[in-house]
Design a protein around this ligand. Structure first.
Ligand code: GLP
Length: 246
C-alpha cells in the first residue's frame, strides 16, 4: 500500500480529485467505482468544479457505486443514488445509461448481485475504485466478521454503521435500513487501481489497523494489503495512529 499523508481534508480531496481527472484524461471511458458518505463530499465538489471549468469530461465515463440500502424506494432522499445525484451526477455530463447501482428494491437480491457483477465484467472491470472507510474499517458495507463475502451480496449492517448513516435519515437511527446491497471485497479487489480516502481522527484506529495490522476479515480494509495498486490518501488526523506519520 502506498500511504500519502497530507495536511487536511481539503488537500486529501484534491489528491483524489486529481487521480480521477488524470484517469479520465488518459482514458475517457474509465470505469469508476464510487463511494458515498461524508468523506467524498469535498471530492465530488471538486469534480463538479473541474467539470464546470472544462477540466474534466465524463461523457464516456462509466460508474459503479459500491453499495445501496435495501428496501428504500427509488427517489427516497436517503438512497445512495440520491446522494450521488445531488453531489455529482446531476452536475456533470455522465450519461444515465453509464451510471450503475445495485437495486436496493430488487425482489431477488441474489439475482440482482449476479447482474451487477456481470455488468461490471461487461464494462471491462473497474479501472479506478475510490473507497471510504468505516470507523470499524468496513469498506462498502463489508462489515468485520469471522468471514467476508467475496462478491456483491446482501449485507447486514452493524449498529455502529447504522448510527453513522443516521444523518441521511434526519438523525433517526431506527429509520436506517438493517440491510444493504454491497460490492464484496473480491469485487473491490478486482479493480485495477484502488484509492482509499480517509479523513478525521474518527478513522485513525481503522487506518492504523488497515495499514499496519495483519490481514484479517475482522478489519475488512486490511484485505486491501493483498492488492498491488492501492493508494491510501489521509489527512494528518486520520494518519495519527501510523508510526510513519510525522
Ligand atoms: C458508509 C458506506 C461506506 C463509507 C463509510 C464511511 O456506511 N457504506 O461506503 O465509506 O460508511 O462513511 P463516512 O465517509 O460518512 O465516514
Amino acid at each position: 500500500m502506498r500511504v500519502r499523508i497530507v495536511k487536511d481534508e481539503e488537500a486529501a480531496a484534491r489528491v483524489v480529485a486529481a487521480r480521477v481527472t488524470t484517469a479520465l484524461a488518459a482514458k475517457p471511458a474509465t470505469v469508476l467505482g464510487l463511494p458515498t458518505g461524508r468523506t467524498p463530499v469535498r471530492l465530488y465538489a471538486l469534480l463538479r468544479q473541474a467539470f464546470a471549468a472544462g477540466r474534466v469530461d465524463f461523457a464516456k465515463a462509466v460508474t459503479f457505486n459500491l453499495d445501496e440500502f435495501a428496501g428504500l424506494p427509488a427517489g427516497h432522499p436517503a438512497t445512495y443514488r440520491a446522494f450521488m445525484e445531488a453531489h455529482l451526477f446531476d452536475h456533470v455530463n455522465l450519461a444515465p445509461r453509464r451510471i450503475h447501482f445495485l437495486d436496493g428494491m430488487a425482489k431477488d437480491p441474489v439475482a440482482e448481485c449476479v447482474r451487477y457483477e456481470k455488468a461490471i465484467a461487461r464494462a471491462g472491470g473497474i479501472d479506478l475504485q475510490i473507497l471510504g472507510i468505516g470507523a470499524n474499517a468496513h469498506i462498502g458495507f463489508n462489515e468485520p466478521g469471522a468471514g467476508l463475502v467475496a462478491d456483491s451480496h446482501l449485507a447486514r449492517l452493524e449498529p455502529g454503521t447504522r448510527r453513522s448513516n443516521a444523518d441521511l435519515f434526519d438523525g433517526n437511527v431506527k429509520a436506517v435500513p438493517r440491510e444493504a446491497l454491497s460490492m464484496g471485497v473480491g469485487t473491490i479487489l478486482r479493480s485495477r487501481s484502488i484509492v482509499l480516502l480517509a479523513t478525521g481522527v474518527g478513522k485513525a484506529n481503522a487506518i492504523g489497523a488497515t495499514v499496519l495490522g495483519p490481514v484479517t476479515t475482522r478489519v475488512p480494509a486490511s484485505l486491501l494489503q493483498l492488492h498491488g495498486d492501492v493508494e491510501v490518501v489521509l489527512d494528518e488526523a486520520a494518519a495519527s495512529k501510523l508510526a510513519m506519520a510525522v
